[in-house]
Design a protein around this ligand. Structure first.
Ligand code: NAD
Length: 254
């Protein structure tokens, strides 16, 4: 029960990786606030945790909206009186061709993935400083390597890594700030009920990972629990790559 009576906000905690992170903190005694733009997903995620007798509260939030983020942090302060951990997980993945794509797509992807994390960090910071808390930013291995047509997403995640070390310096020593870069994490079976699917993976899907499998949301949740705990008290400003070894494997064409 490493997080007994601690208050944790997980943005994008309605489904996918964020849902697993929210369940992880709630399972260790935390009071979890699920801040998600999707009401159906957020309420479902809240109910799953509450049905286990654990503490969760859904607050509908668009992390790219400054007014909404300010209000989120005010409600947490009013109702919980403290904030110990912020997990900036909300994100949208996007592929689009730079020659034809409207610039508005760039603005939305960077607005949610990077500006959203900045806004949440800014308005959570006073409480995190007071309670010696920490921030975990969910970036991506796509901050480090690319497929075509991923400029906005890659830039948003690269920016998140840079913001992580900047924040670690600005907010230290009171607040530790770290990033996790997931590789391929299978989230189809962690979506809201109306969208969930049973995943199927090929031999190649698994074998391109040195660990021999695709990632699971729990792989990321376990690392969040560690980084947010006092056991990680000497760790700040890092980027923890969790990708089953995919980015360290050299690939030559046959
Ligand atoms: P997902 O789509 O399953 O879940 C994302 C959640 O974020 C959803 O519940 C969605 O409603 C919410 N969200 C989206 N925009 C929002 C906004 N503006 N405000 C608040 N909530 C918002 O995605 P996922 O695969 O679980 O990804 C979670 C995070 O992990 C993202 O930041 C993503 O970039 C990152 N990531 C995922 C993978 C992967 O393979 N799944 C790999 C690397 C990084």
């Amino acid at each position: 029960m490493r997080f007994k009576d601690k208050v944790i906000v997980v943005t994008g905690g309605g489904q996918g990786i964020g849902r697993a992170i929210a369940q992880g903190f709630a399972g260790e005694g935390g009071k979890v606030v699920i801040a998600d733009i999707d009401t159906e997903a957020g309420m479902e995620s809240e109910q799953i945790i509450q049905a286990r007798g654990q503490c969760a509260r859904f607050i509908e939030t668009d992390v790219a909206d400054e007014t909404a983020v300010k209000l989120l942090m005010e409600v947490i302060e009013r109702d919980f009186g403290r904030l110990d951990v912020l997990v900036n997980n909300a994100g949208i993945s996007y592929k689009g061709n730079i020659l034809t794509d409207p610039v508005a797509q760039w603005d939305r992807v960077v607005g949610v993935n990077l500006r959203g994390a900045y806004l949440c960090s800014k308005y959570a910071a006073p409480s995190l400083i007071r309670y010696q808390g920490n921030i975990i930013n969910i970036a991506s291995t796509r901050a480090l390597m690319s497929e075509a047509d991923s400029e906005a997403y890659a830039a948003s995640k690269g920016g998140l890594l840079a913001m992580t070390h900047a924040l670690a310096v600005s907010l230290g020593p009171a607040v530790r700030v770290n990033a996790i870069s997931p590789g391929w994490i299978e989230v189809r079976d962690w979506q809201k009920r109306s969208r969930a699917e049973t995943p199927v993976h090929s031999f190649e899907d698994a074998s391109q990972h040195p660990v021999g499998r695709v990632g699971k949301p729990e792989d990321i949740a376990h690392a969040c629990l560690y980084l947010a705990s006092s056991e990680a008290g000497f760790i700040t400003g890092i980027n923890l790559v969790i990708d089953g070894g995919m980015t360290i494997k050299m690939i030559y064409a046959e």
